[in-house]
Design a protein around this ligand. Structure first.
Ligand code: F0G
Length: 456
């Protein structure tokens, strides 16, 4: 297993604070039974998200000191642009403060009211920006992705028949673009295969439909292709990443994931005309097109992070840690989504809490129980995250009712994973005493971030 070991040693540490179960019961109640509302200092092991929570390398920190904080034309922008061109192959880059800044720009540029945006499962911010621009998101992911027990290795794949049917029904002219994510977060961090991408590319090209790539975790997807897709075992992760990008027309990037930074993102494009428009629009919402809401030092750290993200030893150790936790849980008989994803382990809350109907928010209830059991902070990825249907006003009822244990990169050790597993096993043993929840406050946009609940 030596090739799975962490390819770094630790130079700086941050102390953790433990709390008692009694304290945690009070703290989570005060937080409205919403883990997003807890204070970070009250959390022992924070698996809320892998976004912006990773540890930067000494190289990245050194890069922070090289920030060129000119208002315009910063040296660090040109470094970032060069790195995006070299590692991802996209021609043009517009920095944004994070991924959703890029989602906002591309949605405004390409979506006209009434248009459709097919995609391999929704992501919360992505779909909201598509809807705010007047678009309708349509899920065209393979059926396996909706089945938490299916062990299919490429659950991020697009179902070509579903996509063809949408094109036939709406006409290609009414499709703004295909929104294609590597890996698919809401499906449990599941990769798409290159074979599927090539077929999707062929079909969409026949109809003149663009592919916009949500590339937040593209290196993790490439690693899974290297490990599991026939014909790619001898290819480097870097070369697979570049091939994935070459099958798309542009990308939205949250640098807070793969690219190992605490803040940053970009929109990447190949079409010059579209780039000119994006370059103009970014000034309105983010800032000049050579900083887009970022400091020069942030762009430098992201450029260095991108080069580190495709390192073979880095990505193998990162995914191994996630699978280590997943396998501990599986061995203990905990209902875990299959196969184990790349950025986190997802618990199947429907099986974990069979006594709770979906309208009592089982996954949200489980995040509360896990915090109480071990001070472990996780996130709901079920009906609360799915929000409401913009036409009917009723909840979306997703087939997957999940709790995500997202693992930050290079932050926790395998002993921490043991502690997390113990807390989950304890909650599982007492699962029938875990109560459901109802809203006491339901915000209009992305309700899961700020909602408050009471226990039933
Ligand atoms: N796309 C995907 C697949 C994401 O996972 C995220 C963020 C975004 C886009 C938006 O990027 O946060 O930089 O604006 N996901 C975080 C998460 C929030 O916890 O999964 P952002």
């Amino acid at each position: 297993k030596s090739h799975w070991a962490e390819p770094y040693k630790i130079k700086m540490v941050e102390p953790l604070r433990k709390t008692s179960r009694e304290e945690r019961k009070k703290l989570i109640e005060d937080a409205g039974y919403n883990t997003f509302q807890l204070k970070s200092e009250d959390v022992y092991i924070d698996l809320l998200t892998d976004s912006g929570t990773s540890a930067m390398s000494d190289r990245q920190w050194a890069g922070m000191m090289m920030g060129d904080e000119a208002y315009s034309g910063s040296r660090n922008f040109y470094h970032l642009e060069g790195v995006v061109q070299e590692y991802y192959g996209y021609k043009y880059v517009v920095p944004t403060h994070q991924g959703r800044g890029a989602e906002h720009l591309i949605s405004r540029l390409l979506i006209r009211p009434g248009m459709y945006v097919p995609g391999n499962m929704y992501f919360t911010t992505t779909r909201l920006h598509q809807e705010l621009a007047g678009g309708n998101f349509i899920d065209v992911i393979t059926d396996e992705a909706h089945d938490p027990d299916s062990g299919f290795p490429f659950k991020g794949n697009i179902d070509l028949q579903k996509l063809e049917a949408i094109i036939r029904e709406t006409g290609a002219a009414n499709i703004a673009y295909l929104s294609l994510a590597t890996t698919v977060n809401m499906a449990g961090g599941q990769p798409i295969s290159l074979e599927n991408m090539k077929q999707v590319r062929k079909l969409t090209q026949q109809h003149g439909i663009r592919i916009i790539h949500d590339m937040a975790r593209v290196a993790e997807n490439a690693f899974m292709i290297q490990q599991h897709e026939p014909g790619y075992a001898d290819r480097t992760v870097a070369s697979i990443v570049k091939e994935i990008c070459s099958l798309t027309d542009g990308a939205v990037m949250s640098g807070k994931k793969d690219a190992l930074v605490n803040i940053g993102g970009f929109l990447a494009l190949n079409d010059e005309g579209l780039y000119e428009e994006a370059k103009n629009l970014v000034i309105v919402y983010e800032g000049m097109h050579t900083y887009g809401g970022l400091a020069g030092r942030d762009m430098e750290a992201m450029a260095i992070g991108i080069t580190e993200s495709v390192g073979e030893a880095h990505i193998a150790a990162r995914v191994y840690q996630v699978h280590y936790l997943g396998n501990l849980l599986k061995e203990a008989g905990i209902p875990v989504l299959n196969p184990i994803g790349t950025h986190g382990v997802f618990l199947n809350a429907r099986s974990f809490l069979p006594h709770l109907p979906q309208t009592s928010f089982p996954a949200q209830a489980l995040t509360v129980a896990l915090y109480e059991a071990g001070g472990v902070r996780t996130v709901e990825r079920g009906i609360v995250s799915a929000g409401r249907n913009k036409e009917t006003g009723d909840h979306h009822y997703p087939s997957l009712e999940l709790v995500r244990l997202a693992i930050p990169r290079r932050v926790y050790t395998l002993s921490h994973m043991d502690v997390v597993a113990d807390a989950i096993i304890e909650a599982y043993e007492n699962r029938f005493s875990i109560p459901g929840l109802e809203f006491t406050l339901e915000p209009k946009y992305l309700r899961f971030f700020q909602a408050r609940f009471k226990q039933l």
